[in-house]
Write a protein of this length. Sequence first.
Length: 163
Amino acid sequence: MNGFHMLKSLMILVVMAPALLAQGGANCKVVGGAILTNFLDPSTTLGTATGDLKGGLGVTVLSLLPGLGGTVIFHNHHHWVTEAGDTILFDDADAIAYPTGTPGLYAANYTNGVTLTGGTGRFAGATGKIAAFGAVDLNRQQVILRYEGQICFPPVTPPSGRE
């Protein structure tokens, strides 16, 4: 390798190293799918997720607050178990419901997303953020959402070979 190519390779390494170190070697993946739940009572939903995080999930509504312009803010705690049996943990998050022309029907979204904080199995040590939007129908006691986001998994430590 001549001097020019070696210098060019060194410059690429110097430029890319901070980005690689900032990720901490994490393996990040874009995820998406849909969520369909029913209200079991005024503060609990239970249902299913399709897509990359396929499984069962529920939401506990911790509080309801009136917002601006007739909106309602749902402060929620999420429970998610994937089809493979892994649990995904999230910080509590606010969903904003916007009134439509139909009484009891709301357009909804998680304006700031939902922060993933880990879990069990494949999600142990994972981090990320999931955004969602859709509708809440209080007349039918149903919720439908589209979710998308990114999950970063911790780097896999190779076996030491000394056992």
